[in-house]
Ligand binder design. Structure first.
Ligand SMILES: NC(=O)c1ccc[n+]([C@@H]2O[C@H](COP(=O)([O-])OP(=O)(O)OC[C@H]3O[C@@H](n4cnc5c(N)ncnc54)[C@H](OP(=O)(O)O)[C@@H]3O)[C@@H](O)[C@H]2O)c1
Length: 459
């Protein structure tokens, strides 16, 4: 195995979860405990890190309930405002899972510590500016030290990344996809609620949109993926998806941006990213996987059966768009989250019952050409539709921990099959291995239909 001056001889822990006492962190701990010291699991040693010993102890008790807390899970005090405490974490672990957000406020020093020490890092951010900034600032250092840094390993953006690849892999040559739209539908017989920090991240993200544009303008343009056929039509603001019986509006989440970054990396590395010391079986698996993934335009919409549901989503979007750009507006939004989100976000987060009863469906409606030669004809229109679906439990506190922990288990069990280091999107790193693991843990992937079309489909 290749070694580097940054490689730590034997870190004490396999995983440290930073921000374990947070609303999401505690569910991540619960998910991690399912794999701690179980047969064939690579997770043998675990520690929880954060600012308060008392809160972390309570987290462990809550996560282990009804069993008693495992005696060998350590608690470590660390603060994102105290870089030496972060470096100390990095020196003690193979992999750091960062659950401290909003990431635009707390994330940079954590990534800096990992990149400089060679520690591997995963997080659950859905903040594009943070992700792109980390790539600019730390990619080269992380390549040099052998630190694998992967953001967006939660609901943002694992179902979208693995889901769009699943859809494009259903297009068997000579058929090619042109565009795929994901329709996210949240379901529950109780109220659907998210915790405040996710709302805060969104408010700060929308309020600082100009900074993201500025960052993008300052970077050299990367070549765009080559996609057969013309770009998709814009379509109406509120779309009625007849086949799904859903109305939908554009969701400006991180998913489309993350998927685009994965496709750009794939274009530069058509067989995916080779592992540091990859087994021949994995090379074969990786190359077969990536040769079956095809580039396509991708967008995400939030869907609802009722028009009223769509109007409420638009209402929240208008509040965020108008108020988040001025400081008094941001203050108002953050002071009264429940009011401005029509009850979708609460300072206290959802109850355990609300988490248990929620679920999601994400429909991927792909349009393309039954023969790639049709794509280059003048005024060509897609003549084929493929619908696939990803389904799973509640998004923020069940699917997110499942996704993060499965990514973490891939890092622990297959480190030699993964790139030496660098800042990457989850799709390009975990693509070949993740879908099967998600399926084994309650997130399903189905092919719904393949249909020949006569006219041009609605967007
Ligand atoms: N991708 C997704 O789909 C998804 C889903 C869920 C959450 N998230 C993201 O995850 C992040 C966390 O959300 P949450 O609802 O769990 O937030 P939260 O309940 O407020 O938890 C934040 C955690 O960060 C810790 N923390 C805050 N400041 C710190 C500091 N200076 N040093 C060390 N630790 C510090 C807190 O510790 P204390 O206990 O000491 O205060 C707490 O453990 C947000 O950015 C959210 O958007 C993403």
């Amino acid at each position: 195995m290749q070694t580097s001056q940054f490689q730590k001889p034997n870190p004490h822990y396999d995983i440290i979860i930073l921000g374990a006492s947070g609303f999401t962190g505690k569910y991540v701990v619960k998910e991690a405990l399912k794999f701690l010291n179980t047969p064939s699991s690579p997770l043998k040693t675990l520690a929880l890190a954060g600012r308060s010993h008392e809160k972390l102890t309570k987290t462990l008790q809550w996560a282990a309930h009804p069993s008693s807390p495992p005696p060998d899970v350590s608690i470590i005090i660390a603060d994102t405002t105290h870089p030496p405490s972060l470096l100390s974490l990095c020196n003690q672990t193979k992999l750091l899972l960062n659950c401290v957000g909003p990431y635009r406020i707390h994330g940079d020093p954590v990534v800096a510590a990992c990149a400089s020490s060679g520690c591997d890092y995963l997080d659950i951010t859905g903040e594009p500016e943070f992700m792109e900034k980390m790539e600019v600032k730390y990619h080269e250092k992380a390549v040099e030290t052998g630190s694998l840094i992967v953001s967006a390993c939660g609901f943002d953006s694992i179902p979208a990344e693995i889901g769009v690849m699943f859809n494009t892999r259903q297009w068997v040559a000579p058929a090619v996809p042109n565009h795929v739209t994901a329709y996210v539908s949240l379901e529950s017989d109780k109220k659907i609620v998210g915790n405040f920090a996710t709302y805060e991240s969104a408010v700060l993200g929308v309020g600082n949109m100009d900074k993201l544009q500025e960052l993008r303008r300052s970077r050299p343009r990367k070549p765009r993926p080559v996609i057969p056929g013309p770009p998709p039509p814009k379509g109406p603001i509120i779309e009625y998806q007849e086949k799904l019986g859903l109305r939908a509006v554009k969701l400006p989440s991180a998913d489309a941006v993350v998927v685009r970054r994965t496709l750009v990396t794939l274009m530069e590395n058509p067989h995916g990213l080779p592992g540091i010391n990859e087994s021949p079986e994995h090379t074969e698996k990786r190359e077969a996987y990536w040769s079956s993934v095809k580039p396509a335009h991708f967008g995400v919409k939030i869907a609802s059966k009722s028009l009223l549901g769509i109007y409420r989503i638009i209402g929240v979007g208008i509040f965020l768009g108008l108020l988040s750009r001025i400081s008094f507006g941001r203050w108002l939004l953050l002071k009264f989250p429940s009011f401005f989100s029509f009850g979708w976000f609460r300072k206290t987060g959802p109850s355990e019952e609300e988490v248990r009863s929620a679920s999601f469906k994400m429909w991927f409606v792909g349009y393309g050409f039954s023969d790639s030669s049709l794509a280059s004809e003048r005024n060509s229109k897609p003549d084929m539709q493929i619908i696939t679906r990803v389904m799973g439990p509640e998004i923020g506190y069940v699917t997110t921990p499942i996704s993060l922990i499965q990514c973490a288990l891939i890092v622990l069990s297959q480190r030699e099959n993964l790139p030496k280091g660098g800042v990457y999107t989850p799709g390009i790193v975990f693509g070949p291995d993740l879908q099967e693991r998600l399926q084994e843990n309650g997130v399903s992937f189905d092919l719904v239909s393949k249909t020949a079309l006569r006219g041009r489909p609605a967007a």
